[in-house]
Design a protein around this ligand. Structure first.
Ligand code: SAH
Length: 343
C-alpha cells in the first residue's frame, strides 16, 4: 500500500483518533504505544496482546520507520549513528555517555540551510526537513536496537530545529508521552542558530531547554560566521531574549565556538559579556573541532580558552568548556555530514 502512515509520526492522541474509525478502542492505542516505546518492537507481529486481526489491520495501515543502519564507535566511548532514510539520504546522531547521564544528540533536518562558515553540516547545504517519524526513530533505535540508555536528548545534530518547528514539536510530544518514553521536558534541549521570531512561540509550546549558538560577539563578526545574523542581528536576538519571561532559576544556554586567532581574544570575551548583560545565561565554550572542510580554522590552545572563560566568569556568567568528543569518527559538534560530502 502506498498511503501507509508512519506510525512513529503519531502522538498518542492522534493514534487514538486514527484507530477510532477502524472500530478500535482508545485502550488499544495505549497498548500499541507501550509496544513501540516501552518494549521497542520492530514489527507489528511482536505486539502479542493484540488480536491477530488488529495486527493485520495495523500492518495494512501503518509502517515502521527503518532503524539505524550504521554505527561508528569512537575510542572515547562516543557512538555516532547513521540513519538511512527512505529516499537514500542520511542523517546522523551522536550518543555521549557520561557518569551522571547519557545524552543523545539528534538531527532535525538533512543538511542545513544556514551555511555557518565553520560547520560541516552547513557545507552540505539544505537537502530536506526530517519527518516526525524520522526524528522519533533516531531516539527509539538507539534505545532499543543498540540498547543504549538515554537520559537526555539535545537537538544539536544536523539542521536548524526552529526551521522544522512543527515536526520537532510533535517529536517532543512523542518523547514526553507518559504512556511511551515518558521523558521529562527539562531533559530535552533544543539548540538554535537564532531564528529570533520563532524562539518565543517555540518555548511557549515546548517547555524544553533552549540553547542559542552565538559564536560572534559583534554584528560584524557574527554576520561573517553565522550569516543568519544578517537577517536577525545580535541586538534583535538579545532584546528578544530579555523580553521572554522565564521561570526563576532557569537560563538560556549559549554555545560559543572558539577558533584560534579568529574569535578567541580577551577583547571578544568582554564584548560577549556585554551582549549577554541582563539575560539569564549559561555559556558553553566549544573549542573548535577541526575538519577537512575548513582546513584554515584551528582549535585555540587550552590557555586561551581558559582565559576567555575567566573573563566571562569575572562578569558573573557561568561558563563551561565543552569536552571535544568523538572526533576520531567525525562525531563532534559541527562534524556531521552523514556521508553527503563524500565522493
Ligand atoms: N542549527 C542549530 C543546531 C546545531 S547545534 C544551531 O546552530 O544551534 C551544533 C553546534 O555545533 C552549534 O552550536 C555550532 O555552533 C557548533 N559547531 C558547528 N561546527 C563546529 C565545529 N567545527 N567545532 C565546534 N563546534 C561546532
Amino acid at each position: 500500500m502506498t498511503n501507509q502512515i508512519p506510525i512513529l509520526s503519531l502522538t498518542l492522541e492522534e493514534l487514538k483518533e486514527t484507530l477510532k474509525p477502524m472500530g478500535e478502542s482508545t485502550y488499544r492505542a495505549e497498548q500499541i504505544y507501550e509496544w513501540l516505546y516501552r518494549h521497542g518492537v520492530s514489527s507489528f507481529s511482536e505486539m502479542t496482546n493484540l488480536s491477530e486481526s488488529l495486527r493485520a489491520k495495523l500492518q495494512d495501515h501503518f509502517f515502521l520507520t527503518p532503524p539505524v543502519c550504521e554505527v561508528f564507535e569512537s575510542s572515547d566511548g562516543t557512538r555516532k549513528y547513521r540513519l538511512k532514510l527512505q529516499d537514500e539520504k542520511s542523517v546522523e546522531m551522536v550518543w555521549l555517555p557520561e557518569e551522571s547521564r547519557n545524552t543523545l544528540c539528534i538531527s532535525s533536518q538533512v543538511g542545513c540551510a544556514l551555511a555557518c562558515a565553520f560547520c560541516v553540516t552547513g557545507k552540505v547545504g539544505f537537502l530536506r526537513n526530517l519527518n516526525v517519524d524520522e526524528i522519533v526513530q533516531q531516539l527509539r533505535s538507539v534505545i532499543f536496537d543498540d540498547q543504549r540508555p538515554v537520559s537526555n536528548v539535545v537537538f544539536m545534530g544536523m539542521g536548524e530545529p526552529l526551521l522544522n518547528m512543527e515536526a520537532v514539536l510533535k517529536a517532543i510530544r512523542v518523547f514526553i508521552e507518559p504512556k511511551g518514553l515518558a521523558m521529562g521536558k527539562r531533559k530535552i534541549t533544543v539548540s538554535t542558530a537564532g531564528i529570533v521570531p520563532k524562539i518565543r512561540p517555540f518555548l511557549e509550546r515546548a517547555g524544553v531547554k533552549m540553547a542559542i549558538s552565538l559564536t560572534g560577539a559583534s554584528n560584524a563578526s557574527r554576520d561573517h560566521w553565522m550569516p543568519i545574523n544578517q537577517k536577525y542581528n545580535l541586538e534583535d536576538l538579545a532584546s528578544e531574549l530579555r523580553r521572554i519571561p522565564i521561570k526563576k532559576g532557569r537560563v538560556f544556554f549559549f554555545e560559543v565556538v572558539l577558533m584560534k586567532d579568529e574569535n578567541d581574544s580577551e577583547e571578544e570575551a568582554r564584548r560577549l559579556a556585554k551582549v549577554l548583560k541582563g539575560i539569564p545565561a549559561r555559556v558553553n565554550l566549544i573549542p573548535y573541532n577541526e575538519n577537512g572542510e575548513f582546513p584554515h580554522l584551528k582549535r585555540p590552545p587550552m590557555e586561551r580558552v581558559q582565559a576567555f572563560q575567566d573573563i566571562l566568569m569575572k562578569n558573573k556568567i557561568r561558563t563551561l568548556i565543552r569536552k571535544n568528543r568523538g572526533e576520531d569518527v567525525m562525531a563532534a559538534c559541527g562534524q556531521l555530514a552523514a556521508g553527503h560530502l563524500e565522493k
